[in-house]
Design a protein around this ligand. Structure first.
Ligand code: TXA
Ligand code: MG
Length: 344
């Protein structure tokens, strides 16, 4: 049943934030939004990675609304967010590796792919026999899931293919009223989507999407090989996991990537975006992601900066790419930039 969210709203008007669809995470509002979700509604929620568009994972109508609002193809499965490893046990086949992941990384910016149990619908998994799960650490998503007592399916709260949102305002501006409720949890601490690791092979962990939990950290924590699954363009176009699709996370303005410090073909109405403040920052239209080049700051500011520059109407944005030899979260920054700049 489609909920009448306006009706719910009339019954219990929550404490409104400054902007029409954005609400502060007060205890009353958390209770209210848990009720909206219980009735099959969709709510945009903060997590430490990016904002998510959340609905009850075990409610098919709610999940269908998520796909519709996002304009997301049904072949692209959703991540299920839970508050504890016990909640995962209800949804997926557990293993000692999941326990280890829990000890080392949860709650946190890591998603694992596990063999699903029958309770998880084909809609959530796009017909696959696996499910993606994660325990987020943002206090607002945690308290909402606890209040609800049920898992939440939540893709990033951006229109399909566009840049993921790292503030409540990003969500509100992209969806312009299509999402009735956005809970404001502040700017996201990490700013890039979670690392996704496929544990279904059993004898190795395959990284499907790099994120803030790095390959190096996973190698240290797990007693099995950790491999980066490289998806070629043609393979990814037919991919069963389109998050690995080549073109993704893209601004409207064209991106041109450069390595090192020399920008080729910078024209008058172009912008240049550096990872770190360049020695000569006096030229016009020069921007940077971090004063000092600190990797987590680069990651945190990337999506907000791409949105900001996208709104300025430049002809093209030249973006400095982290070196291919860089480790840690810069692997994820490089991945997102290559996808955003790809024409396919
Ligand atoms: O940080 C994050 O992961 C954010 C926050 C909201 O938690 N969520 C997020 O969701 O980035 P989304 O839907 O934008 O990206 C999830 C990716 C998709 O690309 C999807 O293809 C992949 O996870 N995925 C989901 N289930 C999968 C499965 N069973 N097998 C392989 N890939 C899967
Ligand atoms: Mg996404």
């Amino acid at each position: 049943m489609q909920p009448d969210q306006k009706e719910i709203f009339r019954q219990a008007p929550p404490d409104r934030g400054a902007s029409s669809f954005i609400y502060p995470p007060t205890a009353d509002n958390i209770r209210f939004f848990a009720e909206v979700l219980r009735q099959g509604g969709v709510v945009a929620i903060p997590t430490e990675t990016v904002y998510g568009l959340a609905g009850m994972a075990l409610d098919q109508a709610a999940c269908r609304s998520i796909f519709e609002i996002k304009g997301r193809p049904l072949m692209d499965p959703l991540i299920v967010h839970v508050a504890s490893i016990q909640m995962i046990d209800d949804l997926a086949e557990m293993s000692s590796t999941v326990e280890r992941i829990n000890e080392h990384f949860w709650p946190g910016p890591l998603t694992v792919i596990l063999k699903k149990k029958p309770v998880v619908s084909d809609l959530v998994t796009a017909g696959k026999d696996t499910v993606a799960v994660r325990i987020p650490r943002h206090p607002v998503s945690r308290s909402l899931i606890r209040e609800l007592g049920a898992p939440l399916a939540a893709p990033s709260a951006n229109p399909f293919g566009y840049i993921s949102p790292s503030t409540a305002q990003h969500v509100a501006s992209s969806f312009k009223g299509k999402v009735p409720f956005v809970i404001d949890g502040g700017p996201c601490e990490i700013g890039l989507e979670s690392t996704i690791v496929d544990l279904t092979p059993g004898d190795r962990a395959e990284i499907l999407r790099p994120g803030a939990v790095s390959i190096e950290e996973l190698e240290q924590a797990l007693d099995m090989p950790v491999v980066r699954k490289v998806v070629s363009i043609s393979e990814s176009e037919a991919a069963s996991a389109p998050g690995t699709m080549h073109r993704h996370y893209s601004p409207e303005t064209g991106l041109a990537l450069f390595e090192g410090s020399s920008i080729a073909g910078m024209a008058g109405k172009d912008a240049a975006l550096f990872l770190q403040r360049p020695a000569d920052a006096s030229a016009g239209n020069v921007f940077w992601l971090s004063e000092t080049g600190e990797p987590s700051e680069i990651a945190r500011s990337l999506f907000a900066m791409l949105r900001k520059l996208d709104d300025k109407g430049f002809d093209q944005i030249h973006v400095q790419l982290p070196e291919s030899s860089a480790g840690g979260v810069l692997v994820a920054v490089r991945d997102r930039l290559m996808r955003a700049a790809s024409s396919k």
